[in-house]
Ligand binder design. Structure first.
Ligand SMILES: NC(=O)c1ccc[n+]([C@@H]2O[C@H](COP(=O)([O-])OP(=O)(O)OC[C@H]3O[C@@H](n4cnc5c(N)ncnc54)[C@H](OP(=O)(O)O)[C@@H]3O)[C@@H](O)[C@H]2O)c1
Length: 302
């Protein structure tokens, strides 16, 4: 739960079991993925003190209303309070997970996968287009590289330093660059996870008619546009937020995973009580792909 008085503003605690209303689906969480946004949410107060943190859950339905999936169904969900043994999910925020898809991998999909999928869809047709993904080594970035490649784009993956690009060519990146300095041909679309000076540099690289989807701001640095840099042929910078029902997007992602088209890379996996190790590794930029917490194991030990 969120506690501003402790490191990362998160600690383990016993909380009351959630009680679903008529439309809610009660899920026993087996795995939960940790997102950069979860850490920000705890520290910024967006998730208030005393509330359970977490957004990405995969597990098994315990109970649901008439419109929800029957108990025993394996599901993945975008779920506020995912870092708990049980969570309530709206039926518009979950998708069924077939037996062939591991729940740990499914848990990695909601925030990072849906963000990558929706941001790329918002860029329009990608076939043959040059698409730049910044922060490509991270959770959103790796999904975006793969999904853009599946869509037929020429994918340029930008990472923070040498070595962070490991595995990106295998995912479909046509070019892997450190920062943006090595790019000298304009790009048609940008999925930006980093913000700051890289966002400004990406704007300068953007071709006429192109778009930047501003998903995240991991750099934490300001973006300073020099005078007149926004004057010229039309191109756009669009803010991005996951909003509304995500069930369809989640179902699309699960299908892609099931078919083998979308690998889910788990760079860190461990029990819920090692949350701080996962958070350290994520902040320290040492995870290639997603960090996944094993919730059920932690529950069974206590
Ligand atoms: N708007 C939304 O709805 C939405 C949804 C999902 C995610 N997000 C946001 O999107 C961003 C990425 O999320 P994520 O889950 O992919 O995070 P992540 O797994 O922690 O990956 C972050 C990436 O950013 C890069 N990075 C970190 N600090 C940097 C710095 N100071 N300068 C340059 N690059 C830096 C890292 O690259 P290297 O390790 O290669 O250096 C890493 O690949 C976060 O800001 C997150 O909050 C927003």
């Amino acid at each position: 739960m969120v506690d501003p008085s402790v490191p990362e503003s998160v600690r383990l605690a016993d909380v009351a079991e959630p009680t679903p209303d008529a439309d809610g689906v009660l899920v026993e969480v087996r795995h939960a993925a940790l997102n950069h946004g979860d850490l920000n949410d705890a520290r910024s107060g967006r998730v208030p003190a005393g509330a359970v943190l977490g957004s990405d859950a995969a597990g098994v339905v315990l109970r649901s209303g008439p419109a929800g999936p029957p108990s025993g169904t394996r599901v993945v969900a975008l779920a506020a309070g995912a870092f708990a043994e049980q969570v309530i999910v709206s039926s518009g925020s979950l998708a069924e997970v077939p037996a062939t898809v591991d729940l740990a991998r499914a848990a990695a999909l909601p925030v990072a996968g849906v963000a990558a999928l929706r941001a790329l869809r918002a860029c329009g047709t990608l076939l043959g287009r040059r698409v730049l993904i910044t922060g490509a080594s991270g959770g959103v970035g790796r999904f975006a590289v793969r999904l853009a490649s599946i869509a037929g784009a020429h994918v340029i993956a930008s990472v923070g330093r040498q070595g962070r690009g490991a595995g990106l060519e295998e995912l479909g990146a046509d070019e892997v660059v450190v920062g943006l300095d090595g790019i000298d041909v304009p790009v048609d679309a940008v999925v930006d996870n980093v913000g700051g000076p890289q966002l400004v540099a990406a704007w300068q690289l953007l071709a006429s008619g192109g778009t930047i989807q501003s998903i995240g701001w991991t750099s934490g640095e300001p973006a300073v546009f020099s005078p007149y840099s926004t004057i010229g042929p039309p191109k756009s910078l669009t803010s991005f937020l996951i909003e509304g029902p995500v069930a369809d997007a989640l179902a699309d992602l699960v299908r892609l995973v099931e078919s083998g088209a979308l690998p889910v890379e788990i760079g860190w996996q461990g029990p819920l009580d090692r949350f701080h190790d996962a958070a350290d590794a994520l902040r320290g930029r040492r995870i290639n792909g997603k960090a996944v917490l094993v919730v059920a194991d932690a529950a069974h030990r206590s």
